[in-house]
Design a protein around this ligand. Structure first.
Ligand code: HEC
Ligand code: HEC
Ligand code: HEC
Ligand code: HEC
Ligand code: HEC
Length: 371
């Protein structure tokens, strides 16, 4: 069955369903058609009841309207980067490309793309439910020569890591270069793309300078709840706003850790932090901001060091191109440049893995300042 015909069939059925449902309230609606074959279109599960989700009254099963509204406030919906729709980008930046990638198909250019939405993370029509499209462990590419790829296995967070993962860079950062070696960088994007949160959380991907002692990771890396629930532990916890739990403004499908309240002011999402077995009830947004400030100060210091050496531009990219490469001798100092982008692009300002981020920053600064 081709895609257009299937879609118009779907629309016809929706019209019939809404007609039926105005006529006889409470009827769950007719059964949908059997699933389409091996076409890229995933079809409908056999026996699916449209009205169990397309519910014109109050939906107390899936809260689809509410969740769609949450999603509409997320950066997934409105970040604007779904124009990265070429075949090498669409696998993460568009729903269509992601579905292809998860189904093991070749990702193609997506000229009419939609951003990561319901049908990227779920497959409600083909499955008749909202299970996660994929939650098997994910391989995280290592961009450090000699350091093997890592396996990320954080339950529901495995879905997130399918996109929030590093991409390859060239050349790789050498793990233990000789004292007179030079690293030759020819790209202004000499970093592991932007989705490094999976690496940071799991304590992978940072450049560890030879001769330094690194003491490991923060609690988040091995926390039993986070190992199970993954990124949603914190990002999808429901916002509580007195008196009710759940506001749709942060957490949930917004995936945001704070929101701007009407009239100004920031409301933090602490539901994840305060759950039992995690932080004490006295834990506040100030505690979190204090950690972030410390990381931010070190990151600023590192930024200034890199800028003064001319390794990065004022605009924040690597000061290199194929016609004007950046040469770093001894090559080991490039580790500071590498770590700068790793921690900067994580965007949590140390929250995902405080100890790891702190020690990477401290050693980067120390190494860079060596004569
Ligand atoms: C398990 C839940 C579920 C079931 C069952 C279900 N749908 Fe949907 N459907 C959704 C969701 C979620 C959306 C996206 C809604 C949104 O973005 O607000 C959607 C969207 C649609 C759309 C709009 C397409 C688009 O891309 O926006 C059509 C048409 C549709 N469904 C038809 C049907 C028909 C016909 C059936 C029964 C054969 C059905 N659905 C059964 C969850 C479901
Ligand atoms: C299909 C790929 C994909 C999946 C799966 C995915 N994301 Fe994203 N995410 C993105 C992209 C792409 C962006 C940036 C969107 C933009 O800028 O247009 C983003 C942005 C975000 C942001 C906002 C970042 C910012 O800069 O403010 C958060 C938070 C986030 N994702 C969390 C999650 C979590 C948690 C999960 C798992 C439940 C997840 N994402 C799953 C692709 C994905
Ligand atoms: C493996 C998945 C993946 C692929 C492939 C990918 N991206 Fe991304 N990209 C992401 C994620 C996830 C983010 C958002 C990270 C965040 O905001 O935390 C992102 C963010 C970006 C941003 C930064 C947006 C901002 O708001 O700062 C740019 C620019 C970008 N991608 C461009 C591209 C281009 C161009 C391609 C193809 C050449 C591409 N991406 C391929 C996952 C991917
Ligand atoms: C970026 C990935 C992502 C996107 C996009 C997304 N979801 Fe989800 N959704 C999740 C994750 C992860 C969970 C599980 C949350 C949990 O268990 O804490 C979830 C849970 C749900 C649930 C609850 C399932 C249950 O059985 O209780 C529903 C319903 C749902 N999503 C609907 C939607 C709808 C509707 C959309 C589009 C408007 C959507 N989702 C878009 C990742 C996503
Ligand atoms: C322990 C709780 C926790 C876990 C687990 C967690 N995050 Fe975060 N994340 C945060 C906090 C807190 C911030 C900082 C938010 C802020 O400053 O407003 C953040 C920031 C981010 C950002 C930057 C955008 C933003 O909202 O500020 C992205 C993107 C992100 N996380 C993605 C992920 C992904 C993907 C995972 C899983 C690999 C993950 N996070 C796991 C707590 C968490």
């Amino acid at each position: 069955m081709n895609r257009m015909r299937t879609l118009s069939l779907a629309l016809t059925i929706t019209a019939i369903v809404s007609f039926l449902m105005t006529g006889c309230k409470g009827d769950p609606g007719p059964q949908g058609p059997p699933g389409a074959g091996s076409d890229a279109f995933e079809g409908f599960a056999e026996g699916i009841q449209c009205a169990s989700c397309h519910n014109p009254d109050v939906d107390t099963t899936y809260f689809i309207a509410g969740r769609a509204y949450q999603w509409a406030q997320s950066k997934h919906a409105n970040g604007g980067d779904s124009e990265r729709n070429g075949s090498s980008c669409a696998g993460c930046h568009t729903s269509e490309g992601f579905v292809q990638r998860m189904n093991g198909e070749t990702v193609t250019n997506q000229y009419v793309p939609s951003p990561p939405g319901c049908f990227a993370c779920h497959s409600p029509h083909s499955r008749g439910n909202f299970t996660l499209r994929k939650a098997t462990p994910v391989t995280l590419l290592s961009n450090i020569d000699g350091v093997p790829d890592a396996t990320f296995d954080y339950g529901k967070g495995n879905l997130c890591a399918q996109c929030h993962m590093p991409r390859s860079t060239s050349p790789k950062m050498p793990s233990n270069p000789g004292a007179t070696d030079t690293l030759r960088i020819t790209s202004s994007r000499w970093y592991s793309h932007y989705g490094v949160q999976s690496q940071m959380l799991s304590g992978n991907g940072g450049y560890q300078f030879p001769g330094y002692t690194y003491t490991g990771n923060s609690n988040h890396t091995t926390n039993a709840v986070i190992m199970q629930e993954g990124c949603p532990t914190c990002h999808m916890a429901e916002q509580s706003y007195p008196p009710a739990q759940g506001t749709g403004k942060a957490g949930g499908h917004t995936m945001n850790i704070h929101y701007e309240v009407e009239g100004g002011g920031e409301v933090p999402l602490l539901t994840g932090c305060l759950q039992s077995g995690c932080h004490p009830s006295s834990f506040s947004a100030d505690d979190m901001h204090l950690v972030q400030q410390g990381i931010e100060d070190s990151l600023d210091a590192l930024h200034d060091e890199l800028l003064s050496r001319g390794w990065i531009t004022a605009g924040g990219s690597v000061n290199a191109s194929s016609s004007s490469p950046l040469l770093i001798t001894p090559a080991v100092k490039a580790g500071a440049l590498y770590n700068y982008f790793f921690i900067e692009h994580d965007l949590s300002e140390g929250i995902h893995n405080t100890k790891y981020a702190r020690e990477l920053l401290a050693s980067s600064l120390e190494e860079l300042r060596k004569p």
